[in-house]
Every structure is written in C-alpha cells, then in structure tokens.
Design a binder for this molecule. Structure first.
Ligand SMILES: [Zn+2]
Length: 526
C-alpha cells in the first residue's frame, strides 16, 4: 500500500465506497474539472492534458501502417534499396538511372535531395494529400503500402515494433495488439495445387496432409524474433529498461482477404494453426486472427459471405483462437447499396467476431437497430478509427456512427489503425473524439477501460459484469481496484489472469494521473 498510505484514511474509505458505487471520487472529480477547463481552452490544451491520460490499449494497429515514413527511408538506405523519383517508391537494386540509391538520402541533403525526401514522405502517407477526381483518400491510403514495399522485414521488424512501443509508452499506453502477416508462401503454394475446394473439412484435411503445418514454426518465430529484438533495443530487464519495455504487445494474424478462395482458406487455416500453437505453448505472442486488405475490393466483396463461413467452420475447430474482423469499413457510393447491408452482421453471426474493426456503415445494414442490440447483448466491441475513416472513407462528425454505438451500449474503444500512414498517434484520436463528440472525462475513462476489457489477453476480467466498470470481482472486492498491495485472495486472482492484471495496472495509472490534480498547481511567477 505504499502510495495509498499517503492518502488520508477517510479518502481511502470514500474511494472504496465510490469505486463500488460508480460515483466520482474527489480526485477524479478534480481531474474531470481540469479536463473541462482543457476542453474549454481548445485542442492544444486538451492534447497536452490527454498526453499522459492512461489510454490502456490500442487494439487496432497494423505493423506496416504504424511505422512512420522517415523510418522506412532510413531502413531503405540500410538495405541498399533504390528510389524511383517518379513513382516515389522503393525499388530493388541495382539503382540504374533514373533510380536513386536510398543511401543518398542520409547525411547532409542537397535541396534537390530534401525535395525528394519530402515527396517520399508524402507518398508513403496521408501527409499533404488532397483528394483529386479519380484518386481518392482511399486510393492514396492503400497505395502507400506498395510504395514502401521491399524492405527487409527480417532485419527491421524489431526496430519497427520498438518504434510503436516507444510511441505508445510516451503517451501512457500499456498494451497493443499488433496486426502482422507472417510468411505464408508454402500455404499459398499448396492451396494453388489443391484447387478441388468442395467442403471446408475436406479441404482442411487435404491442406494438412500436404504439410500446411510446416510453416507454423516460421510464423511463430516471426513475431517471437520481433519481440526478442525490440526487448534488446529497449534494454528490458531489472535495471535501465527503457519506457517501451513497459508496453505489452500481442499479435493478431493478418489474412489477406483479396485472394482466391483456396488461398484465403489456406492462409486462414495457417493462421488458426499458428495462433493455437502459440497459445498452447504459452509463448505470449499470437492471440487472434483478422482479415485485411480493402473490404470494398472485388474479391473481398464477391467472397465476403463465403469467407465468413470459412471462419465459422475454422472457429468450430479452433474455438480458443480470438477473432476480430474488419467489417463495415465501407461508405455509400464506394460499393453498391446492397454491399452495405450485411457485412457487420455476418462478421458477428458467421465470422464469430468478438470485435469489429471500423463498423462505419452499420446504419445501412438490414435492420440496423436489431444489429446494434445484438452487438450490445453479445458485447461485441467496435474498434473506432476516426482519422482513418476520414482519410479513407471521407466519413467524420455526424456521419460517423461512433455516438450511435455509444447510445446503443455497444462497447467501443479508440484505436489508430495506421498511425504512420495517417501521421497521428492515439492521443490525437482521443482529442478528436472528445471535441467532435463532446465527451466527458468519465466517457474517456469508459473508452480506455473498454479497450482493456476487450483485449485478447488470457484470463477473466477484473470487473464483475462485462463492460460495467464500477464493481470488481468478488476476490478483489472491498479494496481500491488500483491498490499496490492487493489482498491475498485478490492477488491469487490477479496472478491467474493476465487481463485482470493489466486492468489493475490501468486503474493504478488512473490513480497516479488523477493525483496530480489533487492540489492546485503553483504557477510560476513572471
Ligand atoms: Zn485496419
């Protein structure tokens, strides 16, 4: 109880009481008051206020999209890649004219090199991008990935994960689920050779008999290697650990949905096998599956229903592997109206999604109110990516269903999607949500706690009832849900649950954050 012991007994008792009742403690009320003042003062003051607000988790982050362009340009120089100054993309060596060695963009730059550098950063991101007729924000966003393609993932993956972890730590985030596509060339090859796709069970057996599991070891090693490398960079250990070390990272297996039925099935099967193997071995890396690539793409649209059925089947074989799905990342006009009617519902009902990414077109679905009700009842969380939705879909403000989800009691949390491509970070998304949707301090805590409640860490939640953050489980009841020294029964419970332990830590961070508002700050005189 080292921190608690400094608090007056009456305050501790009051806090225990209010934690159970869901009312505000005096410290929380003071933080809320400071938040209201920051909102009034404008976005800059609010950003500064929210910088160290304990944001908990970012549950929707793509590894390749979360790294900033500047890092990729530096890495291209290390890998000896070339730059195509017209296409503004990386190319393989040799760098014959007009290709420019990426290594030239290091050290002292001439004005022409600085110009090329600037244009490359723009090309790899949404920076400076203005949609034009025939090339939308959607087109720019998804083209970036091909332009910075060709870097050695093996060499840089640890550095990339470290960059993401360091950025998260700097904003008082403690947990990330990072989407990554590990090698699947063997799975794709045997899928193409075994085109006889009649039923799921038969095809699964066929792929397994052709050595599909052979790639599981490489896929597990992919993210294990990333974790080892980033922990070395962050000097993780009992002493001198860097802040990035405190950020827990788990991985979501990305399946590329825009390919043949056979390949998508094979890669999904490989994903389930990999995640299951990692979970069985308690290696703390892979925890779930997601489908990526533009949802409005030709194959994504054509095969959507079939792909959800594949997930339904594979979920029945591997029920412990978590599923989050990009669904409803669509807007009117992007696809025909019929295409807006069913993706989220099928992701939930057939795809067995525990979380939905984006969910932007929900109000265009058949019987939207019933769908919202179902999502609230099943506690299917929506990963809200406000900047990404504006950049790709042009959806923002009142056009975005974020407030509708909240009113319908569908759990929601803020995430970044592709912070490198969007040139944002999670604090930016909190500021944006707070101002665009007039959120209270309590609302922001609800969002941050929801992210921790719906992460895929193993173990039961700290909270007694799902998505109600006022009463902790029996084992920890009667004490502050942020104590440094939980009672024996509570400690036993926390030791058995990675999720509850992370939630406990989040509550501790709330306490530390709010304590700064306990006494009025003394302003320096000048
Ligand atoms: Zn995404």
């Amino acid at each position: 109880m080292k921190h608690l012991s400094r608090l007056p007994v009456s305050l501790v008792l009051f806090s225990v009481f209010v934690a159970a009742a869901g009312a505000q403690s005096p410290t929380e009320a003071r933080a809320a008051h400071a938040y209201d003042a920051a909102v009034k003062a404008g976005p800059l003051a609010l950003h500064a206020f929210l910088d160290q607000f304990p944001k908990g988790a970012d549950l929707h982050v793509h590894l390749s999209g979360a790294v900033y362009a500047e890092t990729f340009i530096k890495d291209a120089a290390e890998d000896g890649l070339c730059i195509d100054p017209k296409a503004l993309s990386f190319e393989k060596p040799p760098c014959a004219d007009p290709l420019v060695p990426a290594a030239e963009l290091s050290g002292v730059l001439t004005p022409a090199q600085q110009d090329l550098y600037d244009r490359l950063v723009d090309s790899f991101s949404m920076r400076s991008y203005v949609p034009t007729p025939g090339f939308s924000g959607h087109d720019q966003f998804f083209s970036t990935f091909d332009r910075f393609h060709g870097l050695s993932s093996n060499r840089h993956i640890g550095e990339w994960v470290d960059e993401i972890a360091r950025r998260a730590a700097a904003q008082n985030q403690q947990y990330i689920e990072l989407m990554e596509t590990p090698p699947f060339s063997h799975a794709a090859k045997i899928a193409q050779k075994n085109l006889n796709f009649t039923d799921f069970a038969m095809y699964r057996n066929l792929l397994l008999s052709h050595g599909l599991k052979d790639e599981v070891a490489a896929d597990r090693a992919d993210v294990r290697g990333a974790e080892v490398a980033r922990k070395q960079m962050e000097q993780c250990g009992p002493t001198q650990a860097m802040p990035g070390c405190d950020v827990t990272i788990r991985y979501i297996y990305q399946v590329l949905r825009g390919h043949s039925v056979q390949q998508v099935f094979a890669q999904t099967l490989l994903g389930f096998e990999t995640v299951q193997a990692a979970m069985d071995a308690h290696d703390n890396t892979w925890v779930g599956i997601n489908f990526v690539q533009p949802e409005d793409g030709f194959i994504s649209m054509r095969d959507y229903t079939l792909q959800m059925k594949m997930l339904n089947y594979l979920h029945s074989v591997y029920p412990k592997v978590h599923i989050s799905l990009h669904a409803g990342e669509l807007a009117p006009g992007l696809v025909p109206p019929e295409g807006l009617r069913f993706h989220i519902r099928q992701a939930v009902d057939d795809g067995q999604a525990e979380r939905v990414g984006h969910g932007v077109d929900v109000m265009y679905e058949d019987n939207a109110q019933a769908l919202l009700k179902e999502m609230a009842q099943k506690h299917v969380m929506v990963e809200i990516n406000l900047s990404s939705n504006e950049g790709i879909l042009g959806i923002k403000g009142a056009e975005h269903p974020f407030p509708i989800y909240r009113t319908a009691h569908v759990p929601v949390a803020l995430s970044t999607d592709d912070e490198g491509v969007s040139r944002i970070e999670l604090t930016h998304e909190y500021v944006r949500a707070a101002l665009d949707y007039h959120l209270s301090y309590q609302d922001l805590k609800q969002l941050a706690r929801t992210g921790m409640e719906h992460n895929f860490l193993p173990g039961p939640s700290l909270w007694a009832a799902p998505d109600i953050f006022t009463l902790v489980v029996d084992a920890c009841r009667g004490q502050l849900p942020d104590s440094d020294a939980p009672t024996a029964s509570c400690k036993t419970f926390l030791d058995g649950s990675q999720k509850a332990t992370a939630q406990w830590e989040q509550e501790r961070r709330f306490r530390v954050f709010e304590a700064q508002f306990a006494t009025p700050a003394t302003e320096p005189r000048n």
